[in-house]
Design a protein around this ligand. Structure first.
Ligand code: NAD
Length: 470
């Protein structure tokens, strides 16, 4: 725990300045104190960004890429400190696909943004017309993020923004400001002063960012409701937006799937980060012929996965990050129980245990209209719905207003791809769920948002397209 202290001290509020205490959701222990920023700090950050951005834009792709590589190296040098702060503040364990994994992803996405080239594209050259499409910096970018993967999502927003010559103002979630302040402190050793600033305020700072005339683009990841508010508050300044919003991803297990070998993939597709993941499997549709076997195989796998305090090395599942999220999960599982659905595992939280721990929960024989299916639970409770025909499963999967990810599980990749093409989701995985790659574009369908992140498409989203004729 000692190793986190120097970074936490470096980001603490100045003596006499207002601060907010952040507590470990697993233990209730104090993690650290974050500064409380408001509109004055936002204006100061915008002034600094305006001063720094033109030189950064003029530095060119090579210099900016070199800075991002240096930023990745700095993150790697501080990886364990960052993982420990993240684990204590967010609750996710150090091990498994959690805190250390998340910090590793930050370095990987920084390196990929540095290595990805975006060459001007000659779109017409027919002898009479010559037109070249290229991307200029936008200027100032606002990056507003959630609390579930606070470091990784911040890097997803800032790495392409910086790479394309922009300055960035980061507005972290009020639940996880320490992690983001620490990450940006580390990255700032590698980029010019003023270019990248965290304004650790509440939703009023997010609103002000979305309205501010100096901000040309907002990268937002969070709930669909907040995304809609940002669309409204950015309307007067016609801002560019990338919106990565809520999801309620369906997975369809086709009748030819072999239950035992897919159980581990199904489990982690649903329970990664203890279910607090935008593109996690949140509704599982299983064909009636293999329904009981899939339920048994999942229960067998799930019951042995350790959940507990993040800093204990053996744990790979943690608490819910906050009380409000705990209550959403508990309410939805109670609704399922009240409807007569069958609890295969969990569903009985120990209210005497400290921390926001909700046990790993699997619920079978549940109706597709049950709130645990229809609403985004964002926690460790998976409903398993039985279907009779693949047509029915596709219809149920497509039946919601959101469409972030989806998955199809089958022994026949061709049959799985046929189903995948019919699913209304931005990403569809076959025999996996939620795996992301820094070069594979990621974005939502329907009310899960718009715009793409990652790879060359992600860089384009942080540039102003410009066509030069002649
Ligand atoms: P949230 O929408 O409550 O908050 C996200 C951020 O928006 C916070 O920093 C918050 O302070 C800020 N904010 C709140 N109101 C605002 C306003 N009116 N204007 C501007 N900013 C405002 O989301 P959350 O609870 O932190 O995150 C969970 C949600 O995020 C889930 O629905 C999840 O599915 C979604 N999510 C999506 C992705 C994705 O890539 N699509 C990734 C992670 C999480």
């Amino acid at each position: 725990m000692q190793t986190t202290d120097s970074l936490l001290e470096a980001i603490a509020p100045a003596p006499g300045a207002p601060g907010t205490e952040l507590f470990d959701p697993a233990t209730g222990e104090l993690v650290g104190v974050a500064p409380v920023h408001g509109l004055a700090e936002l204006e100061a950050a915008i002034s600094a960004a305006k001063a720094a951005q033109p030189t950064w834009a003029a530095a060119g792709h090579q210099a900016r890429s070199a800075a991002l590589v240096a930023a990745a190296e700095a993150v790697e040098a501080h990886a364990e400190e960052l993982a420990r702060i993240l684990s204590r503040e967010q609750g996710k364990p150090l091990n498994g696909p959690n805190a250390r994994f998340e910090v590793g992803a930050c370095a990987a996405w920084l390196r990929t943004a540095a290595a990805t080239e975006l060459e001007p594209e000659t779109v017409v050259d027919d002898g009479s017309t010559r037109a070249v499409l290229q991307y200029r910096p936008i200027g100032l970018v606002g990056a507003i993020g959630p609390w579930n993967w606070p470091l990784m999502i911040t890097v997803w927003q800032i790495a392409p923004a910086l790479r394309m010559g922009n300055a960035v103002i980061v507005k972290p979630s009020e639940y996880t400001p320490l992690s983001v302040l620490a990450l940006v402190k580390v990255i700032n050793a590698a980029v010019p002063e003023g270019l990248l600033t965290v304004v650790a305020g509440g939703r009023e700072v997010g609103e002000a960012l979305a309205e501010h005339p100096a901000i040309g683009k907002v990268m937002f990841t969070g709930s669909t409701a907040t995304g809609k508010a940002i669309i409204r508050s950015s309307a007067d300044t016609v801002k560019r937006l990338t919106l990565e919003l809520g999801g309620n991803d369906a997975g369809i297990v086709l009748p030819d799937a072999d239950p035992a070998p897919i159980a581990e993939g199904l489990f982690w597709g649903a329970f990664i980060n203890t279910g607090q993941t935008c593109a996690a499997l949140k509704r599982l549709y299983v064909h009636e012929d293999i329904y009981d076997q899939v339920c048994d195989a999942l229960t067998e796998y799930a019951k042995n996965v350790p959940m507990g305090v993040g800093l204990d090395e053996q744990n790979v599942l943690g608490p819910l990050q906050n009380r409000a999220q705990y209550e959403i999960v508990a309410r939805l599982v109670e609704a399922a129980k009240a409807s007569g659905a069958r609890v295969l595992l969990g569903g009985d939280p120990d209210e005497t245990r400290p921390g926001y721990f909700y046990p790993t929960t699997l619920v079978a024989d549940i109706d597709n209209n049950n709130p645990l299916v229809a609403e985004e639970q964002f926690g460790p409770a998976l409903p398993i719905i039985k279907y009779s025909t693949v047509e029915d499963a596709i219809q149920m999967a497509n039946g919601l207003e959101v469409g972030l990810g989806a998955s199809v599980w089958s022994a026949d990749p061709h049959a799985a791809r046929q189903v995948a093409q019919r699913l209304e989701a931005g990403s569809v995985w076959i025999n996996a769920h939620g795996t992301v790659h820094p070069m594979a574009p990621f974005g939502g369908a329907k009310q899960s948002g718009y715009g793409l992140e990652f790879g060359a498409e992600g860089l384009k989203a942080l540039g102003q397209p410009q066509v030069i004729h002649g």
